[in-house]
Design a binder for this molecule. Structure first.
Ligand code: NDP
Length: 341
C-alpha cells in the first residue's frame, strides 16, 4: 500500500514515516518544501520505499495537483501533517492561517480531482488547539471532550494572539466541511487527530540543533536556565509522546473503527513545573544548574484547571501511552548526548 504524507520533514511526520517504513509495510510518498529538505530526509531514511516530492507553497489552492496527478492512482492513504507551527511574521493571515486552511483544502481537492475512487483513507493532523483555547483549558469545572471546539474568532486569529489556534481550528473545520459537502463524490473515510503537547526524541539524533521543534523546545529551554529562573506556575496542559502519536496516525487508517472520529491523543495532564521536577530528579548532571521552581507544586495546579476527558479516544485507540517521565527522559537524553554532556 502507498501512503502519502505532507510535511515529511516535520518532527511528528518523521516518526510516522519511520513506523510506516518498518518491516517494509508501506511505500511512502512525502512532500517537503524544497529540494534541500528532500535530500536531507532521503539521506536519513535511506529507503527505496520512500519517494520525496517538492510542494513549495501549500497556500495555493492547487498546491498538491501536480503530485496527485503523478502519484494519485497509487496512493491509498493520505496523511496531512504540514501546517505552520513555528513562525515569525506580522502577517498572520498570509503566513499562518492561509497555509493551514488552504493546505488542508488543497490536499482534499487534489484527491477529489485525481483519485476520488482510489484513496481509501485521509488522516488530518489537527491539534488540541482546535479543541480548546487557553480560556477553556484553564477554567476550573469545564470538561473538555472530543466534541469540544475552540470558540476562537477570525479577528482574534489574524490579530496574532490566536494565530496558531485559529489556524488549526479553521483548517480542521475546512476539512469537515469538505467531507460533508463531498462524501458522495469521494470514496475515502476521514479521521482527525488532535494532539496535545508532543514530547519525545527527534527521529534522528542529527536533528537535534540548538533550537528544537516548538513543543520540544519547551523542554530544551529549561536546560538553558539557572536555579534562579522562575518557573511559570500557571502553565499546564496535556502531553503525548511522539512515538505514541505516530502509532495513533497509523491506527487512524489501519483500524476501520476510527473512521469519522476526532481523536484527542493525550496520555495525561502535566504542568510546566512537572517538567522541571523530572529534569531535576532524573538528571543528576543538571542539578544545581537549572531552574527548580516549586518542586511538587504541579499537581496542585492541575486541580485548578479544566478536566480533559478523552476516554473515548483512549478506548478507540487502545494504546498503552508512554508515561510523562519516560517521554521527558528520552527527549533530554538525546539532547544531552548531542551536546556531549
Ligand atoms: P514541525 O514544525 O516539525 O513540522 C511542521 C511541518 O509543516 C514541516 O514539515 C513544515 O515544513 C511544514 N510547514 C510549516 N509551515 C508550512 C508552510 N507555510 N507551507 C508548507 N509547509 C509548512 O512541527 P510538528 O511536527 O510538531 O507538527 C506537525 C503537525 O502536528 C502540525 O500540523 C501541527 O500543527 C501538529 N501538532 C503538533 C503538536 C506538537 O506539540 N508538536 C501538537 C498538536 C498538533 P518546513 O520544515 O519546510 O517549515
Amino acid at each position: 500500500k502507498t501512503v502519502f504524507i505532507s510535511g515529511a520533514n516535520g518532527y511528528i511526520a518523521q516518526h510516522i514515516i519511520k513506523q510506516l517504513l518498518k518491516d517494509n509495510k508501506y511505500r511512502v510518498i512525502g512532500s517537503v518544501r524544497s529540494e534541500d529538505k528532500a535530500d536531507r530526509i532521503g539521506q536519513q531514511f535511506k529507503s527505496p520505499n520512500l519517494t520525496l516530492e517538492v510542494v513549495p507553497d501549500i497556500s495555493k489552492l492547487n498546491a498538491f495537483d501536480n503530485l496527485f496527478q503523478k502519484h494519485g492512482k497509487d496512493i491509498k492513504v493520505v496523511l496531512h501533517t504540514s501546517s505552520p507551527v513555528s513562525y515569525s511574521t506580522d502577517d498572520y493571515e498570509k503566513d499562518v492561517l492561509l497555509p493551514a486552511i488552504n493546505g488542508t483544502r488543497s490536499v482534499l481537492e487534489a484527491i477529489k480531482k485525481y483519485c476520488p475512487q482510489t484513496v481509501e483513507k485521509v488522516v488530518i493532523t489537527s491539534s488540541y488547539a482546535a479543541v480548546a483555547g487557553s480560556k477553556q483549558e484553564y477554567q476550573r469545572g469545564t470538561v473538555i471532550t472530543e466534541d469540544t471546539w475552540n470558540p476562537v474568532t477570525w479577528e482574534e486569529a489574524i490579530s496574532g494572539a490566536e494565530a496558531y489556534s485559529g489556524s488549526k481550528t479553521f483548517a480542521e473545520k475546512a476539512a469537515w466541511d469538505f467531507w460533508n459537502a463531498n462524501r458522495d463524490q469521494v470514496k475515502f473515510e476521514m479521521t482527525v487527530i488532535n494532539p496535545v503537547f508532543v514530547f519525545g526524541p527527534q527521529a534522528f539524533d542529527q536533528n537535534v540543533g540548538k533550537k528544537l521543534n516548538a513543543s520540544c523546545e519547551i523542554i530544551n529551554r529549561y536546560l538553558n536556565t539557572t536555579p534562579e529562573t522562575e518557573v511559570d506556575q500557571k502553565k499546564a496542559g496535556s502531553f503525548i509522546d511522539v512515538r505514541d502519536l505516530a502509532r495513533a496516525h497509523l491506527a487512524a487508517f489501519e483500524n476501520a473503527e476510527l473512521a469519522g472520529q476526532r481523536l484527542i491523543v493525550a496520555a495525561a495532564r502535566f504542568s510546566f513545573q512537572d517538567i522541571v521536577d523530572v529534569l531535576n530528579e532524573d538528571f543528576p548532571q543538571l542539578k544545581g544548574k537549572i531552574a527548580i521552581g516549586k518542586p511538587g507544586a504541579g499537581k496542585r495546579r492541575l486541580k485548578e484547571i479544566s478536566v480533559l476527558d478523552n476516554s473515548k479516544t483512549k478506548k478507540l485507540l487502545g494504546i498503552d501511552f508512554m508515561p510523562f517521565s519516560k517521554s521527558i527522559d528520552d527527549t533530554v537524553d538525546q539532547i544531552l548526548k548531542a551536546r556531549g554532556q
